[in-house]
Write a protein that binds this ligand. Structure first.
Ligand code: C2E
Ligand code: CA
Ligand code: CA
Length: 769
């Protein structure tokens, strides 16, 4: 096309040049014709000899004096010749005059002759003068005649040259005409080519248009198929492109509403910003839409949008609005789950901690005291283990509901398991309201529950810690509440205790005791005492129960009720129990074969997989007949229906020893345990024996257990027999063995051995101690 355009330009320029050239040629031709026609040099030169001859003739006539010629006539002729000379020297003839030096010389001669004649004309009348003049003029005439001939020859030559020029012009104009025709033809050809090219370009253009339309359609389809709302802004942040989703999201009904409008004017006021990165920035009335970027925005209708923007090449922006409502809800759920307990929906430990910290900060600023009430259900584990987890869960839900109601406006959280806590805002500085709340909570939890046909009674212990206002943190406050709870548990069930610094001292004491315990085991500060079990049939000592004693170098004798739980908590019970078994077996070797030995096993010892092997090893080492050994366990060993523990019990029994169920009747469903494991003996808890005088149903219970034992072929031992009266009742009830201060308290082994050598000590009520 470019070439074509250049070619066309050249052709058109050619036309113009030709036209100019033709007019130049025509002009030249015109000039040539004019010179041929008008400036007839031959004629002008040919006049000169005749005029000159007439002058000579008039001079002669005058000289003759024929009367026809006067002086004036002569002068006139003279002037005509002078004029002719002027004419010959004029421009029209100049070309000829200058063509030959001879012609110039002739004209000069003529001029000289005339100039010589001119003064003589004044004395023409004088005789001799005409003759003089004629003598001057005479030689000039032939020259002029020749000049006329020359002019004729020169003119013919010139006409010939002009004709040739005209021919040339003719040819040139013919060439140019041919050129013009050629130019015209090529112009037509070029136009044809141009048209063809133009048509082709048009086709390409149409094709391109179709492709573009297709692309546009695809682009539109893609735009509409996009799930996020999208809008394209120009450099002035005005909307130029958008999809239907964008309209739908913001409830715009048409293009007129948005096209060309600034995005900030369209949406910012409808939205409440909610930062994706967590920092809640208030957008307010600002129209800086850059703030929208990377933020989640809540629309009035609950939709949450994630806004992102990308710059375009033209200085504008592409905004996308993704509906993240569901994701947001899921996030909210996750956040809720992270802060709430799944079972009860209550705030969890983490959330509760946060709230305490907040409350502490506020307390610092406003000096408004608050209390943390730390609750732990008493014996919940047993409910859970005996009635199953679903019942346990239902119970926890009901407990939490009651706590919520009882707490009123105070926040209740579940810290885990059966532990709850209440953040109580005190009404005054006496903390009376905290006390009232604790009592209210205990009463609420203590009411009977009915779950799946079970009547369940649980209680809760409450530890209360108060915010001191001074630099305290949640950890410290909760630690205080925990300590108070610990004390309440020890004093409970269903007790509440306020934290006091003495509790911390007690804790310190416990810590010291713990350290001493480790040391004591190494230094051999532990001893075994033995308490006899009497056969109610024969009155003989049939068994000695090993009971541990700690002879502390500073604190004197420490009760197992104090150090066994500590040893259990610290894991030292394993070593301690192993030592007791080894020691007891060694002692028993010195007793008569008829007297058996019983050793207590802590439930914690069952966590040790090596327990059975340890017992086996002791039996092997001491060579004590396994039949002489009885191991006492409490029903908590069988809680949770623990398969591993059952397995351990069977393996122990497989060693040839017997297993007794200690403290029977204090647990939750002791009877069911009798079904699950074939115990050799039931030890009725001393609390039933103690109550014999005061509660008539105790003897019935003891009687029932004795009957049960007989039917299941188990021995029944009544513990804690202190009086003859109690002895009579349990004997009557059908128990097979008795143990208690009535016969003997636990005594050192030496003393116990001495006791064994005495015959029949108890049946008749003889006190052995
Ligand atoms: P337990 O197995 O029920 O032991 C019987 C407890 O009742 C002993 O307390 C004993 O002194 C006490 N007792 C016996 N007769 C009477 C009585 O007539 N009246 C009263 N009021 N009490 C009587 P002790 O020796 O203080 O032991 C307390 C508990 O410590 C034991 O209760 C047992 O559970 C635990 N214990 C003691 N030694 C060991 C041991 O070597 N290993 C383990 N795991 N626990 C032990
Ligand atoms: Ca015992
Ligand atoms: Ca017992």
């Amino acid at each position: 096309m470019r070439f074509l355009r250049t070619a066309l330009t050249i052709v058109i320029l050619g036309f113009i040049a030709s036209a100019i050239y033709i007019s130049v040629l025509t002009f030249q031709r015109q000039v040539a014709l004019e010179s041929v026609g008008l400036n007839n040099v031959t004629w002008m030169v040919a006049q000169a000899p005749s005029e000159f001859a007439r002058l000579e003739q008039r001079v002669s006539s005058y000289a003759v004096g024929d009367g026809r010629t006067d002086e004036a006539e002569v002068r006139l002729r003279f002037d005509i010749v002078v004029n002719r000379l002027k004419t010959l020297r004029a421009s029209a003839v100049e070309e000829f005059s200058n063509s030959d030096t001879r012609i110039v010389a002739i004209l000069n001669d003529l001029e000289a002759a005339l100039e010589a004649t001119r003064p003589l004309l004044a004395q023409l009348s004088e005789p001799g003068t005409p003759a003089k003049i004629l003598s001057i003029l005479e030689p000039i005439y032939p020259k002029l005649a020749r000049l006329s001939t020359d002019a004729n020859v020169w003119n013919i030559a010139r006409i010939k040259a002009d004709r040739e020029g005209l021919f040339q012009l003719q040819w040139a104009s013919s060439y140019i005409s041919a050129g013009l025709i050629a130019c015209g033809l090529s112009l037509i050809a070029l136009l044809l080519v141009h048209n063809r090219l133009l048509a082709r370009a048009q086709t390409v253009l149409q094709q391109k248009e179709r492709t573009l339309a297709l692309q546009n359609a695809r682009f539109d389809a893609a735009l509409e198929a996009m799930s996020p709302g999208l809008c394209l802004l120009d450099a002035d942040e005005r909307v130029i492109v958008y999809n239907q989703r964008f309209l739908t999201i913001f409830g715009f009904d048409g293009r007129s509403q948005i096209e060309g409008r600034r995005l900030a004017d369209l949406i910012s006021t409808d939205m409440l910003p909610d930062s994706a990165s967590g920092d809640d920035r208030e957008l307010g009335d600002t129209d800086d839409i850059a703030l929208l970027n990377d933020h989640a925005y809540h629309l009035d209708n609950g939709t949450v949008l994630m806004v992102t923007r990308e710059p375009t090449g033209e200085g504008g922006w592409v905004y996308t609005f993704e509906d993240v409502t569901e994701r947001h809800k899921a996030q909210d759920r996750v956040v809720h789950m992270a802060h709430h307990d799944a079972l009860t929906g209550m705030p969890n430990r983490m959330r509760f901690w946060d709230c305490i910290n907040q409350a502490l900060r506020r307390t610092g600023a406003q000096d408004k005291p608050f209390a943390v009430l730390y609750l732990d259900l008493d014996r919940f584990k047993e409910v859970n283990d005996t009635l199953g987890h679903p019942v346990g869960d239902a119970l926890l839900r009901q407990v939490s509901e009651r706590l919520r109601k009882a707490a009123g406006g105070d926040m209740v959280g579940r810290l885990g398991g059966d532990e709850f806590a209440v953040l109580h805002h005190c009404t005054d500085r006496t903390f009376e309201s905290a006390r009232d709340l604790a009592e209210g909570l205990i009463a609420a939890v203590g009411r009977t529950y009915h779950i799946d046909g079970n009547e369940i009674v649980v209680s809760t212990s409450v530890g209360i810690a108060l915010s001191s206002g001074a630099s305290m943190d949640a950890d410290e406050l909760m630690k205080n509440a925990d300590l108070a709870l610990y004390q309440a548990k020890a004093d409970g069930p269903a007790a509440y205790r306020f934290f006091s610094p003495q509790m911390e001292e007690k804790l310190q004491h416990r810590r010291n005791l713990e350290a001493d315990l480790r040391q004591g085991l190494k230094l051999g500060q532990f001893e075994l005492y033995f308490q006899p079990l009497i056969s109610l049939e024969t009155g003989a000592i049939v068994l000695g129960e090993a009971l541990m004693r700690w002879r502390h170098p500073d604190k004197g004798m420490i009760s197992p009720a104090e150090f066994i739980p500590l040893a259990e908590e610290t894991g030292m019970i394993g070593a301690l129990g192993h030592w007791a078994l080894q020691q007891a077996c060694e002692h028993a070797l010195h007793w008569p074969d008829s007297v058996r030995l019983s050793v207590n096993l802590s439930p914690v010892q069952f966590r040790d997989e090596g327990l059975v092997d340890g017992v086996k090893e002791v039996l092997e080492n001491t060579a004590l007949d396994p039949k002489r050994l009885e191991l006492e366990i409490t029903e908590s060993v069988l809680l949770q229906n623990n398969a591993a523990n059952f397995n351990a019990l069977h393996r122990l029994r497989g060693l040839g020893l017997t297993i007794a169920l200690d403290d029977f009747g204090t647990g939750y469903s002791s009877l069911s345990y009798l079904q699950r494991f074939p115990f050799d003996k039931i030890k009725i808890d001393q609390s039933f024996v103690r109550d014999l005088g005061t509660r008539p149903d105790s003897s019935a219970i003891i009687q029932s257990i004795a009957t049960l034992g007989r039917n299941l072929r188990m021995q029944t031992t009544a513990e804690g027999v202190e009086t003859k009266e109690q002895l009579d009742i349990i004997t009557e009830a059908g128990c097979t063995q008795a143990q208690g201060y009535y016969f003997s308290p636990p005594v050192p082994e030496v003393k116990f051995r001495a006791m064994l050598s005495e015959k029949s000590i108890a049946k008749d009520g003889v006190h052995v101690a």
